[in-house]
Ligand binder design. Structure first.
Ligand SMILES: NC(=O)C1=CN([C@@H]2O[C@H](COP(=O)(O)OP(=O)(O)OC[C@H]3O[C@@H](n4cnc5c(N)ncnc54)[C@H](OP(=O)(O)O)[C@@H]3O)[C@@H](O)[C@H]2O)C=CC1
Ligand SMILES: CC(=O)N[C@@H](CCC(=O)OP(=O)(O)O)C(=O)O
Length: 353
């Protein structure tokens, strides 16, 4: 008999949603983790397999009411996959009971809670907890994650957009305030709860921008851009809804400061920047990322092109919004927190087509 590994006991609060079902699915393949608790609100009392019968052959767990004492008695680590404004009530209690927390919502992404309240219209009193939180983009904040007790995992648009922009800002290669982010998301980005604009009849055969000049991911992107550039940065961010289920393609435009830089120079810079980031794949010149390549994986594919005619760089970034943009990223953060290989248990190859 091989040696029995003691697995980390984890809980998922919000297990019935899209984030929850990705976590349950992904954690089945994680060699060092055991799911000890699934929690929900309206789904409490059901079996997880009643909601997701395709997983009945591997998952036989009830969804339980959300009770902090119960969660803490069974779990060392808790994933919160809840609508914005709920984690900030539960997380401080879980931390006080000794659990580590990975929050998939926006509650712990902001260094300045006044900015959060301004954009999310949710008042906050948990300033001490928020001050402890690390922004969960391992490609940028790996070292901080190693000591984190609470992680605010980035949104799907910020993940795709920041991975595209980071080398340019960190190396001072662009006029910072010229950055324009044009991003497109599949409908699963809106979660599993019924919403009219996400009905097949509304979203299929359709393509539209939304929340123009006002999407709540703008201040989140700007916060990290400003941190990278070491001065305040403003970006123009326009999200679009496209008729597909999974995936985000974020296309970023910015004016380069050195007109002598060509595409191949930037590809070398990007490859160097992400040399220790196994999930970021920098494509060769003339190759542009497709969302289908990233679907079902924790990968981010990045293509780079310089247009010498306009003096702009165009960076394209493709992720699966539910994996690298949400649940996979949270597991990658946990791997970093635990000092495990960052890729442990996370998919790196899509099924194609
Ligand atoms: N979808 C995406 O691409 C991304 C989403 N996110 C963020 O991740 C979080 C989860 O999103 P997602 O999985 O898509 O959402 P879903 O709408 O699919 O799921 C929401 C979950 O929250 C639970 N819930 C809803 N209301 C309450 C409540 N009042 N009290 C307790 N639990 C509640 C639901 O439980 P029940 O069914 O039992 O009522 C459900 O499990 C959100 O903050 C979202 O913004 C972040 C990145 C990407
Ligand atoms: C297609 C779609 O509707 N996408 C969502 C993004 C979800 C997300 O990541 O938002 P949080 O910051 O709340 O976690 C949106 O634009 O609201």
């Amino acid at each position: 008999m091989g040696e029995q590994i003691e697995r980390l006991q984890v809980g998922i609060v919000g297990a019935s949603g899209y984030g929850g079902v990705q976590l349950v699915r992904l954690l089945q393949d994680h060699p060092a983790i055991e799911i000890a608790y699934l929690g929900g609100d309206s789904s409490a009392g059901k079996n997880f397999a009643d909601l997701y019968p395709h997983l009945a052959h591997v998952v036989n767990l009830p969804i339980e009411p959300i009770d902090v004492a119960t969660i803490a008695s069974r779990c060392q680590v808790v994933f919160l996959a809840l609508p914005n404004g709920l984690a900030c009530e539960i997380a401080p209690q879980l931390l006080a009971k000794g659990c580590s927390v990975l929050d998939l919502s926006a509650d712990y992404r902001f260094a300045d809670l006044d900015v959060y309240t301004q954009w999310y219209k949710i008042p906050r009193t948990d300033r001490e907890t928020a001050a402890m939180a690390v922004y969960g983009l391992p490609e940028l904040y790996r070292a901080k994650l190693a000591n984190a007790k609470i992680v605010g995992c980035p949104g799907c648009y910020p993940t795709a957009s920041l991975l595209a922009l980071s080398p340019l800002l960190k190396q001072g290669l662009i006029d910072t305030n010229t950055a324009i982010i044009d991003a497109k998301s599949g409908t699963s980005g809106g979660g599993r709860q019924a919403k009219t604009h996400l009905l097949l009849a509304e979203a299929d055969n359709n393509f539209t921008a939304y929340s123009v000049a006002g999407h709540r991911h703008t201040p989140e992107i700007e916060q990290i851009c400003s941190d990278l550039a070491s001065h305040e940065v403003k970006v123009q961010f326009t999200p679009h809804l496209i008729p597909m289920v999974r995936g985000i393609l974020s296309t970023v435009y910015a004016t380069i400061r050195d007109p002598g830089l060509v595409t191949e120079d930037l590809i070398v810079i990007y490859k160097a920047f992400y040399r220790s980031s196994p999930f970021v794949k920098i494509l060769d010149g003339g190759v542009y990322p497709q969302t289908k390549w990233a679907a079902g994986t924790n990968l981010c594919y990045i293509g780079v092109e310089v247009d010498p005619r306009t003096g702009r760089v165009i960076v394209m970034s493709a992720i699966d919004n539910l994996i690298k943009g949400q649940a996979g990223q949270a597991i990658q953060c946990l791997n970093a927190m635990m000092g495990w290989d960052e890729t442990l248990g996370l998919p790196q190859m899509s099924f194609y087509p």
